[in-house]
Design a binder for this molecule. Structure first.
Ligand SMILES: Cc1ncc(COP(=O)(O)O)c(C=O)c1O
Length: 384
């Protein structure tokens, strides 16, 4: 029974799954070099945008023949752009094990009305990636942010596939290995593992994705912000930093600052190690208690970024109300902000463990979770 509050508080209580914590030691004045009030098409703007692309390639180890574009509307914009531009050339397989994947299913089946096989799994589980037909276009989410379940590896994706793989990797990029040779379209936004700002999406295309764009014209009209070809040829400028419309140069600067920090902590390996250490601290905490558990059933699929937890204590009567009350207590104490489970996910908590979160802050927060749990159990008994 923990009745007194712990002595130590996290120095940063921001554990939101997006927008995520800024990199440690981040301050607004780090953005002083942003070319504000200048055209993004001026040399200075273009060079910043090109640097964002080049440094992304370097840190993520993206092959030289893959295109990387900065596109409108955050990760959603990048996924939509890919689906609306490329799907329809062949049947699709839509894979979903949480709410964002389910959103892509709706788009393809109800809006685009493409012939599609839909494969889903309940929250906490995953679809068997080896069971999919890769001669269709496969759309999936690498890391299910709202269920804390991730693809363990890309081994099941054949190298000689006929279809394209379109992968929403927004809460995986910079924290998990992404097998570029198995991914034709990959998307993410700056607001997740890098702690950047939302509103800009990253769209990464394999040569096969480009081939699709240049050889296939969808039957439906495409708005300007989705168009990546002109006269049947890829608009190469988009992938050199000549964005389709105006980006925020303040956000670009912020992403560049985050990329600098990423290099300082050891690049992709360093970022992965930070997320792994954060998640491990929570996994160990759960292993030592019988009242809380990871939502992900299979250890190999446990996310190291969006760690989703469920309360398993039999004394918990109304799971949703209980989890909300625990999250509220932690928020009120200022020790953990925004850690309630996603609105469509099972009741519980979701604690972001991406690289910008300090392991010391996770470790300082966990005793508070003990405290909040006990306090809420007591409150529930009192109310009964
Ligand atoms: C897996 C996944 N896909 C898409 C999105 C939407 O991202 P954005 O709001 O950056 O467009 C999110 C946001 O949390 C996400 O987690």
């Amino acid at each position: 029974m923990v009745s007194t509050t712990p002595d130590v508080r996290p120095s940063n209580p921001r554990f939101s799954s997006g927008p995520c914590a800024k990199p440690p030691q981040w301050t607004l004045d780090k953005l002083a070099d942003a070319p504000l009030g200048r055209s993004h098409r001026a040399a200075v703007g273009k060079s910043k945008l090109a640097a964002a692309i080049d440094e992304t390639r370097e840190i993520l180890g993206i092959p030289a023949d893959y295109r990387i574009g900065i596109v409108p509307a955050s990760d959603t914009g990048a996924v939509e752009m890919a689906m609306w531009s490329m799907l329809g050339a062949r049947p699709a397989t839509m894979v979903a094990w949480e709410s964002f994947g389910a959103g892509w299913v709706t788009d393809v089946v109800k809006q685009l009305k493409i012939e599609a096989e839909v494969k889903t799994a309940e929250y906490g589980r995953i679809v068997d990636m080896a069971s999919l037909d890769y001669d269709t276009d496969v759309v999936f989410t690498w890391n299910g942010t709202t269920s804390g379940v991730r693809v363990a590896s890309g081994d099941a994706i054949p190298s000689d596939r006929e279809g394209l793989t379109i992968c929403d990797a927004t809460s995986a990029a910079f924290a998990q290995d992404l097998p570029w040779d198995k991914l034709d379209v990959t998307t993410f936004s700056w607001q997740k593992v890098m702690g950047g700002e939302a509103a800009h999406g990253m769209l990464i295309l394999s040569p096969r994705a480009v081939e699709r764009l240049e050889s296939y014209t969808p039957a439906w009209p495409l708005p300007k912000i989705f168009r990546m070809t002109k006269g049947g040829k890829l608009i190469e400028g988009i992938f050199k930093g000549e964005t389709i419309n105006t980006p925020s140069m303040l956000c670009v600067e912020d992403y560049l600052v985050a990329l600098d920090w990423a290099r300082e902590v050891g690049g992709l390996e360093g970022l992965k190690a930070r997320a792994n250490a954060n998640a491990q601290a929570i996994w160990d905490f759960c292993d030592a208690r019988d009242w809380i558990a990871n939502l992900a059933e299979d250890e190999a699929t446990r996310s190291n970024t969006s760690v989703c937890l469920k309360f398993t204590d039999e004394r918990v009567k109304d799971g949703a109300a209980f989890a909300k009350a625990v999250a509220k207590r932690l928020e009120k104490e200022g020790v953990a902000l925004d850690i309630g489970a996603y609105r469509d996910a099972p009741a519980g908590l979701r604690i972001w463990c991406g690289a910008t979160v300090e392991t010391s802050d996770i470790e300082a927060m966990l005793p508070w979770l003990d405290w909040a749990f006990e306090a809420e159990i007591a409150a529930q008994a009192e109310a009964a």
